[in-house]
Design a protein around this ligand. Structure first.
Ligand code: GDP
Length: 368
């Protein structure tokens, strides 16, 4: 049995963590968090951390003892410098909470890259954990809608850079912009995206801790994640009716199945393909031919099969990326955003002229 730690930082991280707890505990209503047992084999511990108490209160499926409030007004207002100070002030409290839960085999830290709290806490927390613990730690990072504004873009660019330097064992990307085809208003898009991420992560945990027909384990996952440029993403497809397993695999590898826009055959460096479902769908010839096709493009592909009687096939793919065109695009617009903010600050600084004008009447009083 694996001991797994999942931490959600900031609003986005908290909400995705809550979606994971909802999936893991089952939807038995508001009291699920007090009553039910996790349906997963692993010992999964979850912690939500936030500066904004309202974001923590909003959680429905995460136990109160699993929520850490690091108070700072109503959040840090998308300011990563403030966020870093608040983390430093609360580091002892956070680390003690994690330490008291014992040892783990693997940890995931979930955050948006672009807000204030999660994007500043996550790299610092991972750095702290890597200094004290020897289990692998993966960041699961949500990228912003590109039209959300210059501060968010700037934060995303710096957060990812900080994460790469934090000692994290890998960064799994999910992209709001790419996933917004979920449709509906922002709230329902968020919920849809959060559910997608939760489902994929729980499938992965299930696979790492399963008695499989063909085995993939935490060791294989670590090897996959250590390939490429330290970046990864996850694809998934669930057959809604009977369909050949090769089509399910193709769909799980297609850009539409991914959490981040990528061409698996062009950009992946290593991969893991996990199939779940009734044995009758698992044609070994079809599976082998799909795996061979992918491995001829990307090199190493690990495969695992979890047999679940009477279940339609589902496929999860983990890909580490050698290159990421979409990330280069994001950085190109982030650079524009950083320049824009810098120029604006310079303009505001030069407005000190205005202060000079005001200062001319310092010490004077009006006479009537
Ligand atoms: P923080 O609380 O200061 O860490 O900031 P947030 O987590 O709210 O970060 C803002 C970014 O997260 C923006 O890019 C939002 O689009 C995104 N975001 C906020 N809430 C959610 C959510 O529930 N799901 C998803 N997918 N993205 C979210």
């Amino acid at each position: 049995m694996l001991n797994i730690l999942i931490i959600g930082n900031g609003q986005c991280g908290n909400r995705i963590l809550d979606a994971i707890n909802r999936e893991a505990f089952g939807t038995k209503g508001r009291f699920a968090k007090y009553l039910s047992q996790q349906k997963y084999k692993s010992n999964v511990q979850t912690i939500a951390i936030n500066t904004a108490v309202n974001d923590l209160k909003e959680m429905k499926f995460t136990k109160a003892k699993d929520r850490i409030h690091t108070p700072h007004l109503h959040g840090v207002g998308a300011n990563r410098n403030v966020g870093k100070h608040v983390f430093e002030d609360n580091k002892t409290l956070i680390m003690k909470n994690i330490h008291d839960r014992g040892d783990f085999d693997v940890a995931f830290v979930i955050t948006s890259a672009s807000g204030g709290t999660g994007s500043s806490f996550t790299p610092m927390l991972i750095r702290e954990l890597k200094e004290k613990c020897d289990y692998p730690i993966y960041a699961l990072v949500v990228l912003p809608f590109r039209e959300e504004g210059t501060l968010y873009l700037q934060n995303a660019a710096f957060c990812l850079k900080d994460l790469r330097e934090s000692g994290a064992d890998g960064i799994i990307l999910a992209d709001n912009q790419f996933l917004k085809q979920m449709g509906g208003n922002v709230e329902s898009a968020y919920n849809g995206i959060n559910d997608m991420i939760a489902k994929r992560l729980l499938f992965l945990l299930d696979a790492l801790d399963s008695e499989m027909m063909m085995v993939t384990d935490l060791g294989d996952f670590k090897t996959v994640m250590s390939g490429g440029a330290g970046l990864a993403t996850i694809g998934f497809y669930e057959a809604e009716a009977e369909m050949p397993i090769k089509s399910v695999i193709k769909n799980a590898l297609s850009p539409e199945g991914m959490l981040f826009s990528t061409d698996a055959y062009q950009e992946a460096s290593r991969s893991m393909i996990i199939l779940k479902g009734d044995r009758k769908y698992m044609s070994i010839d079809e599976v082998s031919s799909e795996v061979e096709q992918l491995s001829s493009c990307v090199g190493q592909v690990f495969k695992g099969i979890i047999v679940r009687n009477d279940e339609l096939p589902q496929v999860l793919t983990v890909l580490t990326l050698e290159s990421a065109m979409e990330l280069e695009n994001l950085y190109a617009i982030a650079v524009e955003a950083i320049n824009y903010e810098r120029q604006k600050k310079e303009r505001v600084d030069s407005m000190k002229e205005v202060d000079r004008a005001f200062s001319q009447i310092n010490g004077m009083d009006p006479s009537y």
